[in-house]
Write a new protein. Sequence first.
Length: 144
Amino acid sequence: MQVTRAGEYGIIGLLYLARQPENRTVMVDEISDSENIPKSFLAKIFQSLVKAGLVRSVRGARGGFRLAKPPSEITVLQILECVETGFALQKCVTDHPECVVADRRVAGCALCGIFGEAQHRVNEVFSKTTLEQLLKRQPAHAAH
């Protein structure tokens, strides 16, 4: 399993918003320039974050984006589940499990249980880690 660029950029974008004064809206251009993220890719990611209710979109001259919830209420898992497609270690721990052993599909395999346990632990870490906690881990501002 690997967190994709979309997942990474989603987290970085929300961290940027979390560092802003309360109720300040930020344009995608500003985040893109500051964090060195392609603007069109970030805009697409933010559309997903808006649909998930993690980010609020504000229209108009002073429009842009801001967090829809306090940083203490947004977890890494929420962001990844919103942005990533099928966030799972292996196919056998997804909603549509598919085990392939020696090029043959099987109903289950010896690895499914361990993959399931590992997925549970990864999800547990990500679900207990909030944007607020990540902000405390991050130096004043380290560009990626």
